[in-house]
Design a protein around this ligand. Structure first.
Ligand code: ASP
Length: 572
């Protein structure tokens, strides 16, 4: 029961099920017994009603409700179960805080919005299954109790009772298993796979999450991207036809995406592209620019169209915002007047204090960056990596602030050609940008013996959408010698390689086909399609930011006997 309204002489009850609401009318004339029972009914009670479906009288029609033209005229009602008063109203605009909703998740899930999310998630998974089945993929389950397989996160460990002191790891992904299935001759594999990563949680992360994991033999990168694009476009057009889809999905090389957007997962629903102006900055006397360039840094920025009217105090506030994003500082040029840079005169250019340059310089800067009268140029200086991070936060900020983001548009793109390795500053060693099974790009293998490891391109790709990464994948290594070499670069010694990866290296020696795949995250995809605020809204039983399940109260201590069985002791 959703609600009851007593209209003196008639009682109206809104009855709710997964599909929506229907109005039930109890009248003492039709059935005095049913009417008396109806007087006791309360929200969330479970009742059984029989009666006649009839058209509502014109004055009580409700066109906003799908069933608003009819009602059930009740002649019998049975109470199947009463209910306590719920701790919050079961309604879409729920006021309760999330902790309470998660504690009573079974009530929270009764809200129509949550039911819609669950239904959409089911439809997404069903679409994926049908799509891949039609293309010759086999759905194959892989074990959850396995050995650690690196995806760059910490493992969840499960102690073994039968082999005391030994542990299983929960899979961070079925990566090695799907590659082994390619060696097994499966050719086309997929799985709706649960993955486990013991990471510090961020808003859009869960310790366990669901991926569509897929792998194909004898493919090139473009085969995997084509398939993924077809899957996503078909799915979006069928399941969320109101969304605007930008087709075909652009393929943007990594270097290009970083240069233009400062991020490898930019929101492409708006422009605000960046320009490197290190050369021009080097012509100034500005200390900030010059010392940055001297230390090998860059000066880069973007144009905020029509924002040249900012006052000095607006600019100080904006610099404050930039600092909140971590930026060391921000410089600017405000363009007054109208027209192209050549139409503008000295007084039209308002430069950051300290950035004193003749008008020709400002004109060239504006031309290089595509700014004209009325625009604001935002500039940042520092090490390339940092500048990109800061600027990309500022770009998102302006995208939002200038109203450039259309909530109904899905702007997908593939980012390709990621670097094979990245330098891990904390541990002073090379790490895989994607994972160690990723193949170097064609013709780059010989560079593995050189000293520019950071400059080696790989065959890894991401699918991004509206500022999120939705999928990662790569063409893999399928030869033992090459795979061993990569492990060596990553700092594993012979014994470690044998102990951790001996099985897959050995498999590569028994006729492993070239192969590649991708793993689209399901949680984030459904969040975007549902227009939900958080991935927790599209997962039936999610965990909090601190990894707690508030409904079950886990994680929790276990019995001393359980620990004894496992030969474990908790250190104080
Ligand atoms: N296993 C990878 C991941 O989970 C995806 C892939 O390479 O297919 O990120």
């Amino acid at each position: 029961m959703d609600s009851r309204r007593d209209h003196g002489g008639v009682i109206f009850v809104d009855l709710r099920d997964r599909s929506g609401l229907v109005q039930v009318v109890f009248s003492p004339e039709l059935s005095p017994d049913a009417y008396r029972t109806a007087e006791q009914l309360r929200s969330e009670w479970v009742i059984q009603v029989s009666g006649t479906v009839r058209r509502r009288p014109p004055e009580s029609e409700n066109p906003t409700l799908p069933t608003g033209l009819v009602e059930v005229f009740a002649d019998e009602v049975t109470v199947l179960n009463a209910a306590l008063t719920p701790p919050f109203y079961i309604e879409d605009d729920v006021k309760a805080d999330e902790a309470l909703r998660l504690r009573y998740r079974y009530l929270d899930l009764r809200r129509p919005k949550m039911q819609r999310n669950l239904i959409l998630r089911h439809q997404v998974v069903k679409y994926i299954r049908d799509f891949l089945d039609a293309r010759g993929f086999l759905e194959i389950e892989t074990p959850i109790l396995i050995k650690s397989t690196p995806e760059g996160a910490r493992d969840y460990l499960v102690p073994s009772r039968l082999q005391r002191g030994s542990f299983y790891a929960l899979p961070q992904s079925p990566q090695q298993l799907k590659q082994l299935l390619m060696v097994s001759g499966v050719e086309r594999y997929f799985q709706i796979a649960r993955c486990f990563r013991d990471e510090d949680l961020r808003a859009d992360r869960q310790p366990e999450f669901t991926q569509l994991d897929l792998e194909m033999s004898f493919v090139e990168q473009e085969d995997v991207l084509q398939l993924t694009e077809e899957l996503y476009t078909g799915m979006v057009e069928k399941l969320t036809p109101d969304k605007k889809l930008v087709k075909p999905f652009p393929r943007i090389p990594y270097d290009d995406v970083m240069a233009r957007y400062g991020s490898d997962k930019p929101d492409l629903r708006f422009g605000l592209e960046m320009t490197d102006v290190t050369d021009l900055a080097g012509e100034t006397e500005f200390r900030v620019f010059l010392s940055t360039i001297e230390q090998g840094g860059i000066v880069k920025g973007f144009v905020a169209p029509g924002q040249g009217h900012y006052t000095g105090s607006d600019m100080r506030r904006l610099e404050e915002t930039a600092r909140e994003f971590g930026a060391a500082g921000m410089s600017h040029v405000r363009l007054q007047g109208e027209g192209s840079p050549s139409d503008l005169v000295d007084e039209h250019f308002l430069l950051s204090p300290g950035l004193r340059m003749p008008v020709e310089w400002s004109r060239r800067l504006a031309e290089t960056m595509g700014a004209s009268g009325g625009d604001l140029i935002v500039l940042m200086a520092g090490p390339a990596r940092r500048v990109n991070q800061w600027l990309s936060s500022m770009r998102d900020y302006f995208g939002e602030r200038l109203g450039l983001i259309d909530d109904d548009t899905l702007s997908f793109a593939f980012v390709t050609g990621f670097p094979l390795f990245e330098w891990d500053e904390n541990n002073n060693r090379w790490d895989s940008s994607h994972h160690p099974f990723t193949s170097p790009a064609d013709g780059k293998e010989s560079k593995l013996d050189g000293d520019d490891l950071g400059g080696i391109e790989s065959k890894a790709y991401d699918l991004i959408c509206n500022g999120s990464e939705l999928a990662s994948g790569s063409i893999r290594i399928h030869r033992r010698d090459l795979q061993e070499k990569i492990f060596g670069i990553l700092g594993y010694n012979r014994e470690q390689v044998e102990e951790r990866f001996g099985h897959i290296l050995e498999a590569f020696e028994y006729g492993a086909p070239p192969h590649g795949g991708i793993a689209p995250g399901i949680d984030r995809l459904v969040t975007i399609l549902a227009g939900a605020e958080s991935i927790r809204d599209v997962i039936a039983f999610p965990k909090t930011q601190s990894g707690t399940d508030l409904l079950f109260g886990s994680p929790s201590p276990v019995d001393a006997a359980q620990l004894r069985d496992l030969a474990l002791r908790i250190a104080e």
